[in-house]
Design a protein around this ligand. Sequence first.
Ligand SMILES: NC(=O)c1ccc[n+]([C@@H]2O[C@H](COP(=O)([O-])OP(=O)(O)OC[C@H]3O[C@@H](n4cnc5c(N)ncnc54)[C@H](O)[C@@H]3O)[C@@H](O)[C@H]2O)c1
Length: 295
Amino acid sequence: MKNIAVIGAGTMGNGIAHTFAQSGFTVKLIDISEKSLEKGIATIASNLDRMVAKGTITEEDKHKTIGNIITYTDIKDGVTGCDLVVEAATENLTLKLNIFKQLSEVCDHNTILATNTSSISITQIAASVVHPERVIGMHFMNPVPIMKLVEIIRGYNTTNEVTKTIMDLSVKLGKTPTEVNDYPGFVANRILMPMINEAIETLYNKVAGVQEIDTVMKLGMGHPMGPLQLADFIGLDVCLAILNVMYDGFKNPKYAPCPLLVNMVMAGKLGAKSGEGFYDYAESKKAEKVSKQFS
Ligand SMILES: NC(=O)c1ccc[n+]([C@@H]2O[C@H](COP(=O)([O-])OP(=O)(O)OC[C@H]3O[C@@H](n4cnc5c(N)ncnc54)[C@H](O)[C@@H]3O)[C@@H](O)[C@H]2O)c1
């Protein structure tokens, strides 16, 4: 494995590209939006600057890492000759099925097709390609360069060989891969999202304010950040999409997204990435301040 394509340069895609590039892989970072690519590269550069300032890496490591990343807006150009594609585009089933259909047409039949989806069925995504046995979930956590876990999700047809390759590769990236089966939300979001949704419901029911809810969970439960702040960092649109996948997948009302979350997403309040969610980020650069908690 040498050449990796990453599809999507948003919150997760730029972190995944950063992580592979820092481990010496050549990364082709693909996004339909030129603006997202520019923002993604700028984010990688500023995260690397922070690592240099902390003495975790050298200035030379930073330049090598940036030099290992090439950007593309055309999926076909980007994935040609790649050993592995990690799809990290928007959490939307139709969009992902379209991307995988295209990948199936343009990639070599040996290429492993991984998705960073938070909740969508790997088996369903795999059904859109010619070789479903080469499709696997490679669920990185946010922020990718920092977080150790990679949740590895086997689809119904994923082979042992593909699973082992991806488990070994995750170790090479300095991560701890954990294998789980393919059910809505897998393990991470099946447990996390009901908690975030309940925190939003608690706010919606006026039991307490944003700061109070997050303080209770931080100081009372030892969480490094409160669930509302975490939702802002994940992206409220991503949280809503995951809850909807679990609600549809299990047909269980306990996963129904809180109406306040639905309203905020419809109003364009998507969290840190849009400048406002449960907290206001644009005004006082709070996003920058809080994101330093990760580093
Ligand atoms: N945000 C999180 O904390 C988190 C954590 C783990 C997994 N995920 C998953 O990672 C994936 C990406 O989430 P995100 O938070 O980075 O989203 P995001 O909204 O930050 O970024 C998505 C990017 O995908 C691009 N895109 C959309 N359609 C595309 C296409 N056809 N081809 C190429 N690029 C396209 C968009 O331009 C955008 O830059 C989702 O599946 C999400 O569920 C997110």
